[in-house]
Ligand binder design. Sequence first.
Ligand code: SF4
Length: 376
Amino acid sequence: MSVDIKSQTHEELTKKFVQWEQPAYRVDQLLHWLYEKRVTHWEQMTNLPKALREHLAAEFALHTHELFGKQGARDTTQKFLWRLHDHALVESVLIPANPALYGEQSDRHTLCVSTQVGCAYGCKFCASGLDGWKRNLEPYEIVEQVTAIERWHDAQPEEMERIDGTRKSDRAINNLVIMGMGEPLANYDNLLKALRILNAPWGGGIGARKITISTSGLAPRIRQLADDPLQFRLAISLHGATDAVRGRIMPVNRKHPLAELTQACAYYQEKKGRMITFEYILIAGVNDGLDQVRPLAHLARRLYAKVNLIPYNKVEGLEWERPDERSQENFLGALEHQGVTATLRREKGGDIDAACGQLRLKTERALRGDGPAPRR
Ligand code: SF4
């Protein structure tokens, strides 16, 4: 199968165009069609000569994700289910106005993207890993989650304006979190290539500091990321501040226990000089006890990390529950009392299948005849 054009960097396309004896400005024209106009067919690239379009079509694929399902929460979080060329399903979540989650108060239009079909890491509270890992996403399949949303935004400006006042001339997405289905750093090369394309001025144009990569704790890859020149933000899905608690819900902790993970985070920080975020999903009776506060505060202070507390979203078929609001607030208060910068996410998306991978899981099971169709 031919490589998709949206897996190609400017440099790779330039090399190809030199081989084809095409002038350099043709590359810029092509990229303009792909990332500014976001066209879906070669024939739409009307300022490229027909022979060049045919050459491109013979050499490269130009896939688009099919919108297979969509759920919108009352608070305007939108979950998109995409069907890929091989009929695999992945999710992206658009969080139109979400101050203070991963950056400054002005952060808007955050998109959470997936990096794999399914997940091999099997965190006990997560829907994404329930049916196992299927495959890595190609760079273009990560890039296209962004361009597909931008296209959707272009096609219905009134919908975006209703959601949060975005005008047609605004970019639909200016903040990216790599936190959807899959372990991003287990698909390292494809992810980094996709992010270079999404970050480039000729591509997605999203600033590196507006891109947060989240990992369940692949320590060697965190070190590799630290050595990459791009200044992405790093978030760690921590969810437990001791090996006993973390190991109970995150099998990855057996391979990379907290001591190894924190050393890798310290290395990242030393190289980047940037604040790390700890994601901490509060699960009733598992990790919401006040005994976790002191070790969590110790880790956060040592690594100059901010803590995002996220009340658990129930996943059907799993035993875990969300703590009541008083327990959530107590945990937050105790953490702040220890001098840690922390936020408690008053959850967006609570009235949709908000947990990572849940819309996809329900849809796949309904397609197989194993369960009811998810609510749209
Ligand atoms: S939380 Fe992330 S790493 Fe863990 S199973 Fe879910 S998708 Fe995979």
